[in-house]
Design a protein around this ligand. Structure first.
Ligand code: NAD
Ligand code: WQD
Length: 341
């Protein structure tokens, strides 16, 4: 049985991936500072999968702590989710983002190297593409991040690619996620943002559950069919399955660092998401049309062909399932992991 270390495994995408990994037979250990998550997510992931992952509460930038965890777990591979992910925060405090995300990756890679662990799956983002020239966006498209957060993702991709180039015993999968949404269908784990949600789906869920009065809808004058932006929303369990496929791929890709888009290949508009959420929740979900949000691109969706061909993976869950599963989490946990249910 292979053992994996999941950094950031208590977070939104990490916790769902832990469930998929345990169910696929991996021995899973999580390293998380709990800076943006709760240990309750690990308990719940364990409840779903029938086996609770070991949780090490530590920061990736703490080299001696990481050394101890690596020696204790002795993983065959690392999935690196840990990092800061708010676009506006990264614009307001770029150095915090560069230091946090780049230091975390650099320390992790150094400790992996010293421990002889040379397989890594990294959480990158479609944000590295910025405003694309063509749609759908393939991995070969130009990269031009429009904010410091996106730059940290691209620089870490480069860091990992350089490490692999220097020592061909390494192998890496650099996964560019599009817009992850939804939750495990059990409703036991889900997205639990701190403060006012910055993203569309968690905001809508908080309107549905009565925590907020209405959605601020940023931009109704885009050159799209209904005037709102189009994005490639992907069910978080499809994304979790993509990580399993990427992990398996590492064995046959020694000496390489491959980039993969993880998206559905389809765009949905904000108004289509609102309509699907209304259907799933039975709530009216009022919105107020406002000006565009600075930095938003009109349309972005993936060409997922490479992942299909090389990983044998493709997303299968519909927008209706994304909304249904997200609602099953939010309606039973109106205050997220702080809820008493
Ligand atoms: P999240 O904030 O829910 O999870 C990140 C986890 O990492 C949290 O549990 C946090 O406590 C932990 N963490 C942060 N810094 C750490 C550090 N230095 N050491 C140890 N733990 C640390 O975020 P998420 O949505 O699950 O995203 C996971 C990864 O995927 C991130 O790297 C993010 O940039 C990337 N990503 C997310 C999205 C998205 O829309 N959610 C899209 C593309 C890429
Ligand atoms: C989608 C659409 C908003 C909130 C972000 C990051 C990206 C990646 C995924 C990490 C946009 C509109 C939103 C609201 C709204 N994360 N919207 N009212 O911007 O495509 O991507 O998350 O890597 O880096 O930038 O997703 O969900 O924020 O927005 O009208 O309250 O919904 O303007 O058009 P985005 P999003």
């Amino acid at each position: 049985m292979a053992t994996v270390l999941v950094t950031g495994g208590a977070g939104y995408i990490g916790s769902h991936t832990c469930v998929a990994l345990i169910e696929a037979g991996y021995e899973v250990a999580v390293l998380d500072s709990l800076a943006n998550s709760s240990a309750a997510a690990i308990d719940a992931a364990g409840e779903i999968a029938g086996h609770r992952p070991r949780l090490y509460i530590a920061d990736c930038r703490d080299e001696s702590a990481l050394e101890k965890v690596m020696a204790d777990v002795r993983p065959d591979a690392v999935l690196h989710f840990a990092g800061l992910k708010s676009v506006p925060d990264s614009v307001a405090d770029p150095l915090r983002y560069y230091r946090h995300n780049l230091d975390s990756a650099a320390v992790l890679l150094a400790v992996m190297e010293r421990s002889g662990v040379r397989r890594i799956v990294f959480s990158s983002s479609a944000t590295v593409y910025g405003e694309p020239d063509d749609l759908p966006v393939a991995e070969t498209a130009s990269t031009r991040p429009a904010n410091p957060y996106g730059w940290t993702k691209l620089l870490i991709e480069q860091m990992i690619a350089d490490v692999v180039r220097a020592d061909p015993r390494w192998s890496a999968a650099l996964l560019r996620y599009f817009n992850p949404v939804g939750a495990h269908p059990s409703g036991l784990i889900g997205e639990d943002p701190e403060g006012i949600p910055g993203n569309l789906m968690p905001y809508l869920l908080q309107v549905a559950v009565g925590r907020r009065s209405h959605l601020p809808l940023y931009g109704t004058d885009y050159p799209t069919s209904d005037g709102t932006t189009l994005r490639d929303y992907i069910h978080v369990m499809d994304l979790a399955d993509g990580h399993l496929a990427a992990l398996k791929h590492l064995d046959s890709a020694v000496g390489q660092a491959h980039v993969f888009n993880l998206g559905t290949g389809r765009g949905a508009s904000v108004l289509e998401v609102i309509a699907a959420m209304r259907e799933a929740t039975g709530h009216r979900l009022p919105y107020e049309a406002l000006d565009r949000r600075p930095g938003d691109v009109p349309e972005l969706w993936a060409d997922p062909a490479r992942a299909r061909q090389e990983l044998g993976w493709s997303a299968s869950r519909s927008l209706a399932e994304m909304c249904r599963d997200a609602w099953s989490w939010q309606s039973t946990h109106p205050q997220g992991y702080r809820s008493q249910t």
